[in-house]
Every structure is written in C-alpha cells, then in structure tokens.
Design a protein around this ligand. Structure first.
Ligand SMILES: CCCCCC/C=C/C(=O)SCCNC(=O)CCNC(=O)[C@H](O)C(C)(C)COP(=O)(O)OP(=O)(O)OC[C@H]1O[C@@H](n2cnc3c(N)ncnc32)[C@H](O)[C@@H]1OP(=O)(O)O
Length: 380
C-alpha cells in the first residue's frame, strides 16, 4: 500500500510505524494531543525523524505538496520539500494517523517518565516549547541541534507565542533556550535560497517579518523576562533591550556580529543599547562585534543579574515563581507606566532599522559573509 511505501522510503531507525487501523485516520483530538506530546520529548529526534514528522504534519494539515521546489542551495527547505513531496499518495487521514503513531512511538521509546501527558496548558509549536504553569508562560527556543537559530517559521511561531502569552492568564512571561545555547540568532539558511519573486522580494518579506517580530516585544503587555541559559547571538541579544529583566548564567556570552556579517543592528538596539550602556560601549558591541561575558553585560546594564552555572536554574526559577504570585494587574500597569513613553519612539526605530537591513541583505558584503559561514564555518 502507499502507507507501506512511504514508511519504507524513510527507514527511520528505531521507529516503527503502526499502520493497522490507519485507514480511518486519527481524530483531530488525537492529532492535537500528539502535537502537544512532541513538545515534551526530552531527547531531540534525529534529522530523519524530524523530516518525517514535518512531512506528515504538512500532509495531514495541508494535503499534497504543491509549493515550488526550493533552489539547490537551499538545503534545508529542499530536504523538507522532498520529504513532503514523497507523501503525495498518502491521504490526509492516513498522514494524520501515521503522525499520531510516530509521536506515540517516540514518546514510549523514552519510557514512562516522559510518557505522562503534557501539562494541560502546553501549546504545540514546531520549534518552540511553550507551557504555562504556576502563573508563568515559558517560551523556549527548541532547536538545540542548531543552537536554537531562528528560522523564518520560528519567527512566526515566536510572534504567535508572544501574542498568546500577552493574552493568557499568566502573570509573567519567560523566554529561554533548550540545550547549551540560549539562541544563535537568525538562521543563516534564511538567506541561502533564492525564492520565487527574486532576492528583492525575499529581503522585503524578511523585513516585514522582522518588523512584526520586534513589534511583538515592543507591545508586550506583561513583565517579560529572559533566562539566558548559554551563549546568545544576533537578534536574540538585540531584543534584550526590550525585556523587563534579563537573568544570565555565568558562562553565557552576548555577541552581535553585525558588521562581520555585512548587516546592521536590529531589535531597536541602535536606540536601546546606547541608552542602556552609552554610545561608546554600544558601538563596541554593535559596530565592532565585541563579544561580552555575562558579567560584562551585567556591568553594562544589559543583564540584570548573573548566577553561577551550577545553581542558575534553581535560583532563577525560585525567584520567578515568587514574582508570578504578585498581583497581575499591578505588574502590567506598572510596566505600562515604565514603557509607554518610549513606545512610539521604539516603533520608529524598528521601522528605520528594518529599512536599513533590507538594503544590507541585498549587498555584496552580506551575501559574501553568509557564503563564508557555510563554506568555511568560521567560529565567530
Ligand atoms: C526574518 C529575518 C530577520 C533577520 C534579522 C537579523 C538578524 C541577525 C542576526 O541574528 S546575526 C547573527 C547570526 N548568527 C550567527 O552568525 C551565528 C552563526 N553560528 C555560529 O557562529 C556557530 O554556529 C555558533 C557560535 C553559534 C556555535 O558554534 P559551535 O558550538 O561550534 O556549533 P556549530 O557551529 O557546530 O553549530 C551546530 C549546528 O548549528 C548550526 N548553526 C548554528 N547557528 C546557526 C545559525 N545562526 N544559522 C544557521 N545554522 C546555525 C551550525 O551550522 C551547525 O549545523 P550542522 O550541525 O553543521 O548542520
């Protein structure tokens, strides 16, 4: 059958697809539960499995792939496209069932400790883990194998997650990373494919997406706290100026290598950094690529407090749980008083930074820097 063929194509090691009963397809409820369970996996599945999950999800929700084939150099999107395309003959219902079975098998492979259902409030995203517990909505970058680099889809998920967190019944919102990095910034693959509509359109669309992304931080209505669990780069550092509190583990570093990449600052950092640390220190970071340690970032005012690596998680989360017991309205209204005077200015800065970046992305300097990363994989 088609089902059998499609599971053969992938030959996922250690994962068995249970195809019996697949004819009717899983219910939407089963499918949503499976999506939520995916976010609770402790082990990060290998790339084959991830591609399979991705392809089944697309097939189950959108049917056969009819988007244009990505360019040869756009390796990541091409692999995803191929995986989705190979499911052409699998019906949406069958894909839904296979998706549910695959997640079930991954969860049960992890043993009973993680096979428990996810918290009621867990929301399903592909590259984020979002939960609400004890009055805290936690948005976790969840691509540890790529150091939590932010893909185009992930920007969209982050915007959604922030909008949702702003409206849910949590008191504070926390952003943090899975694995050893907080976030390595923009995924440089975002600029490697040449999409339909050409490079100008890609730059314009990326600019629009970035503008909305940064806007979600500027307009965020509740206390927003970064728990920086490891190195942070690029756009994950620049938006820190829009957070209310930034806690960092001792070994975290902060690096904005924009000129090295032929780019220019974003996330309102061209305004917030000089304001926080003064022009000269901001220029060292934003013009001259200076990587600063957590303690240096704290002395500059970008980080609120630094904790020893060994006790970082326990100390920070004890504190956050106490913050989340404070009266929510009072917190939100006080934040508004602190931030509202600046909002208009921040939106104008965001617009100007995006306009400059659209030009930069089309420059030879920027293209060359991105090609260098993938050819030589320089460590910045
Ligand atoms: C809508 C668009 C908005 C754009 C806004 C503008 C934003 C600008 C920025 O954010 S600029 C900053 C961009 N980030 C970087 O330049 C970081 C590049 N990465 C690195 O320098 C290194 O990978 C590292 C220092 C983050 C980690 O080094 P190391 O510990 O040695 O690990 P690896 O290099 O082996 O990384 C593991 C794996 O992850 C991939 N990866 C890491 N970061 C990125 C990234 N930003 N983009 C794409 N891929 C990344 C890396 O290639 C490895 O993949 P592999 O295992 O080889 O497949």
């Amino acid at each position: 059958s088609n089902r059998f063929e499609s599971s053969q194509v992938f030959r996922i090691p250690g994962v068995q697809l249970h195809t019996t009963g697949a004819l009717m397809g899983a219910s939407v409820e089963d499918f949503n539960n499976a999506k939520a369970q995916l976010g609770t996996l402790k082990k990060d599945p290998g790339n084959h499995v991830k591609l399979k999950i991705y392809a089944l999800f697309k097939q189950a929700t959108q049917g056969p792939c009819n988007t244009p084939k990505p360019g040869m150099l756009d390796f990541v999107n091409k692999a995803k496209w191929d995986a989705w395309k190979s499911l052409e003959s699998v019906s949406q219902e069958e894909a839904r069932q296979q998706y549910v079975d695959l997640i079930k098998s991954l969860v049960s492979a992890e043993g009973p400790a993680v096979a428990t259902p996810p918290p009621e409030s867990a929301q399903a995203f592909q590259s984020l883990l979002v939960t609400t517990e004890d009055g805290i909505t936690t948005i976790r970058f969840n691509r540890p194998e790529k150091k939590n680099a932010i893909t185009l889809d992930m920007y969209k998920e982050l915007i959604d997650a922030l909008h949702h967190a702003g409206k849910d019944d949590s008191v504070i919102t926390v952003m943090t990373g899975s694995g050893d990095f907080y976030c390595s910034g923009n995924d440089l693959n975002n600029f490697t494919g040449i999409p339909q509509g050409g490079i100008e359109k890609m730059a314009k669309d990326s600019g629009e997406l970035l503008k909305h992304y940064v806007k979600a931080y500027i307009d965020f209505p509740k206390p927003l706290i970064a728990v920086v669990n490891g190195p942070a780069l690029g756009v994950s550092v620049t938006v820190l100026g829009l957070f209310d509190v930034v806690y960092a583990t001792e070994s975290a570093t902060f690096h904005t290598p924009f000129s090295q990449l032929g780019q220019s600052p974003e996330g309102c950092s061209s305004y917030t950094f000089p304001k926080i640390m003064g022009n000269a220190k901001a220029s060292e970071m934003l013009l001259f690529n200076k990587k600063v340690t957590a303690t240096e970032a704290c002395n500059l005012g970008l980080v609120t407090e630094v904790f020893p690596d060994g006790s970082f998680q326990s100390e920070v989360w004890t504190r956050l749980k106490a913050y989340a017991k404070l009266p929510p309205k009072s917190l939100a209204l006080s934040k508004q008083l602190i931030r509202s005077k600046e909002k208009e200015k921040l939106h104008a800065v965001n617009d100007a930074e995006v306009e400059r970046l659209i030009e930069r992305w089309l420059s030879d300097e920027c293209m060359q820097a991105i090609m260098n990363f993938f050819q030589a994989k320089p460590k910045l």
